[in-house]
Design a protein around this ligand. Structure first.
Ligand SMILES: Nc1ncnc2c1ncn2[C@@H]1O[C@H](COP(=O)(O)OP(=O)(O)OP(=O)(O)O)[C@@H](O)[C@H]1O
Ligand SMILES: O=P(O)(O)OC[C@H]1O[C@H](OP(=O)(O)OP(=O)(O)O)[C@H](O)[C@@H]1O
Ligand SMILES: [Mg+2]
Length: 297
């Protein structure tokens, strides 16, 4: 393969991960010119180009060295690494990205008597993840037949082509619609930034390091909230005790009200309505939760 000096990132061309992946890269300062075939997008500012492909192809493209990084579900990455038995275990997750969350689970017909994995012995299990399912069945010491389907796995028991299934679950709506019940979670998944364990030692490696640093900043900011509230000095301790995790809050005086303080706290994650209600009960008022756009410590 010809040496390249520009970094290549593969991502899903069209699907669940496309929009959030592109948004994340944009936030990292990467913008792309869309080519007419839309399979290759030239990076405008930094020397980083995009390959738009089927998500299933992403781990293979990294393993072949066609690209250095890929944004792909952990389910697809692990199926490739462990499942396909192609000796490509040298791929790793450089970062988990916090979107495309779902899980890979076994589900059985609602009326089926099921207590433990051993109950699957001798049954036919339909899945698009034969590798991951095979590993799990071996770990459980269960001998079952794995039926590989490309999609619409949940319908297989109704069609009589399988007894139970192993597929992705998010809300559980598809399982309910097909009268299935989730029994065992094999894998918790989300989109990840995947790449080879050993990065190139040239400029592309430097670019990966720069991108990882920006990504960390973007992820931290995305999950941060700024909480503003007013409290009396007497309620301060009770209010502070209820604040979600983060650095020490900042306290400011309120003009003309010596007993009152304005509190500003950076929170590491979402602040829920319930948490706000609890903090209010402890004596806070005038509460605001604001998203953080950029942060430079
Ligand atoms: N219901 C869901 N909710 C959230 N994330 C999901 C859900 N289903 C799948 N995912 C995650 O999103 C990834 C992409 O899902 P999508 O359905 O777009 O893939 P696909 O149909 O295989 O697309 P492609 O055409 O690229 O092969 C999955 O591999 C998984 O990691
Ligand atoms: O638990 P839920 O929220 O219902 O989500 C789970 C469903 O989502 C995915 O299918 P998708 O909608 O992508 O359909 P497809 O796999 O047939 O393309 C997955 O394969 C499940 O069928
Ligand atoms: Mg796919």
């Amino acid at each position: 393969m010809k040496p390249r000096d520009r970094l290549r990132i593969a991502m899903q061309k069209s699907g669940r991960l496309t929009e959030p992946a592109l948004d994340l890269l944009n936030r990292c300062g990467l913008t792309f010119r869309q080519s007419r075939d839309k399979l290759f997008c030239f990076g405008e500012g930094e020397p980083v180009d995009l390959l738009l492909v089927r998500d299933d192809d992403i781990p293979g493209l990294i393993a072949q060295g066609v690209c250095e990084l890929g944004i792909v579900g952990r389910n697809v990455l692990n199926e490739f690494k462990g499942g396909a038995g192609n000796g490509a275990a040298a791929l790793t997750e450089w970062r988990s990205l916090g979107f495309g969350r779902c899980r890979l689970s076994v589900a059985v017909p609602q009326e089926m008597d099921y207590n433990e994995p051993k109950d699957l012995a001798g049954l036919r299990i339909a899945t698009s993840y034969p590798g991951l399912l095979g590993i799990w069945l071996r770990e459980q010491g269960v001998d079952a037949s794995v039926i590989t389907l490309a999609g619409s796995v949940e319908i297989a028991p109704k069609l009589g082509t399988a007894d139970v299934i192993c597929d992705l679950v998010q809300s559980g709506g598809t399982l309910v619609a097909n009268q299935l019940r989730e029994t065992d979670v094999l894998l918790q998944s989300e989109a990840v930034l995947a790449g080879p364990e050993t990065l190139p030692t040239d400029e592309r490696g430097d670019m990966v390091e720069l991108l990882l640093k920006r990504l960390d900043g973007v992820i931290q900011v995305r999950e941060s909230r700024l909480l503003l509230l007013q409290t009396s000095r007497t309620s301060l301790e009770a209010v502070t005790r209820l604040l979600p995790g983060g650095p020490q809050p900042t306290l400011l005086p309120v003009a003309g009200q010596p007993d009152q303080l304005m509190l500003q706290a950076l929170c590491a994650g979402e602040v829920s309505w319930r948490q706000l209600e609890e903090i209010k009960k402890a004596g806070a008022r005038e509460m605001f939760v604001l998203p953080v756009e950029k942060m430079l410590a």
